[in-house]
Design a protein around this ligand. Structure first.
Ligand SMILES: [Zn+2]
Length: 395
């Protein structure tokens, strides 16, 4: 792979020096937004985080657009125009899974090299990284850059019900996507994530008195038991395809043959193909009446698409690794079982990397942490990766 030229190294040096000079600023901004509760359902809280982001964009002269939502906080879409064709999308979510009041109980805190506070690593530090890195590129590399777009979403922790479409809209013509979720505790970044599906089986039978007239009844419960046994056997843990019956219900009373039963199924999987195969097989079981007279239907399907490691993802990962070498960082990759926004962009075929934020861990837990001395280095890594990507793409 091509190395950066001398002039490019000089540019990178300027970017790195600038980012080093921003350490205190970045830390102050991080403290400010960690101390704002922004539970996904707390629209005002999310928008208060958004207000800090908007102020920073305004200070840097970066234009942005606001998309207001009825139920959730706003989307913020900022664009830095570059001299070259195309765009690179940076993404982050402003919400956390922590209800209002959490920051009063455990506000932002520095503990040696660890930063604490709700959402400090998932992913408020990623938001600050994204802004500072974009500003550095705007100031020192604008001539070499394509457009850089920053997308801030309000409800990722709920599975991005409304952001999903906006993410697809903004990502579909992007050359590459960097999602600023935290790097894993070992410093690795994420090149694949599982997808998940939610389904429901409903069965109709016929009621009758189970003592006197059991022959007249058609038991939906019995049918469900048979179907469940068969469907559970379709789980393939070697492949990473899971099947879980999360909730089942059926029947009316103990001495009545059950006229109705249902079960919900959750499944997670590494590829859409794996899920489609599973779905076909589940559907076959659902369509087959094992007890004559029962009628069954299957509803639901994929909720979050998996982030599959396709060629574009592999290429982008190699570029990040190469950029890391120049910073004397050793970056490895990881598969993550949890689903996230990167799945939406990767499934469009767009080269995507997740986990480009600072290193952290214990997300959603009381002891969530971010590793302070990775804050600026990961911004440098993002900047260098973007520069190298643009160079290699020969825009
Ligand atoms: Zn997150």
């Amino acid at each position: 792979m091509e190395m950066l030229l001398k002039e490019e190294n000089a540019m990178l040096q300027k970017i790195n020096n600038y980012l080093d000079s921003q350490k205190e600023n970045a830390l102050k901004s991080l403290e400010e937004i960690v101390n704002i509760d922004s539970f996904s359902y707390d629209k005002d809280g999310v928008n208060r985080v958004g207000a800090v982001i908007r102020q920073q964009l305004e200070n840097a002269g970066i234009p942005y657009e606001i998309r207001e939502n009825e139920e959730f906080g706003n989307h913020i879409i900022a664009v830095i125009k570059g001299k070259k064709q195309g765009k690179i999308l940076l993404m982050g979510h402003q919400d956390t899974p922590h209800p209002p009041g959490t920051t009063l109980q455990r506000p932002f805190k520095v503990e040696g090299n660890l930063l604490r506070g709700p959402g400090v690593s998932d992913m408020k530090s990623g938001l600050i990284s994204m802004i500072h890195t974009a500003i550095a590129l705007q100031r020192f590399a604008n001539e070499e850059m394509c457009d850089i777009e920053l997308l801030f979403t309000p409800e990722e922790e709920l599975g991005s019900p409304i952001s999903r479409n906006i993410i697809v809209e903004r990502a579909k013509d992007a050359l590459a996507v960097f999602n600023l979720e935290a790097a894993r505790p070992d410093g690795s970044i994420v090149t694949s994530r599982k997808g998940s599906a939610h389904m429901k089986i409903e069965i109709e039978g016929r009621a009758s008195h189970s003592g006197a007239f059991i022959e007249d009844g058609i038991s939906a419960n019995d049918e469900l038991a048979i179907k469940m046994t068969k469907i559970k056997q379709l789980m393939d843990l070697d492949k990473g395809t899971t099947v879980n019956f999360g909730k089942i219900e059926g029947g009316i009373s103990n001495n009545v043959v059950s006229p109705y039963a249902f079960a919900t199924i959750h499944s997670s999987f590494w590829s859409e193909k794996d899920f489609n195969e599973l779905y076909q097989q589940i559907n076959k079981v659902v369509e087959t009446p094992y007890i004559t007279g029962t009628k069954s239907k299957l509803t639901g399907g994929i909720g979050i698409l998996p982030m599959e490691k396709h060629e574009g993802v592999s290429k982008l990962f190699k570029i990040v690794q190469k950029a890391a070498e120049g910073l004397h960082l050793n970056i490895t990759e990881q598969q993550t079982k949890g689903a996230a926004d990167a799945g939406f962009t990767a499934s469009l075929g767009v080269p995507t990397i997740c986990g480009m934020g600072p290193v952290g861990g214990n997300w959603h837990a009381l002891d969530e942490y971010m590793v302070l001395d990775t804050f600026i280095p990961r911004m440098k890594l993002l900047a260098a990766s973007i520069l190298l990507f643009v160079k290699e793409s020969k825009l």
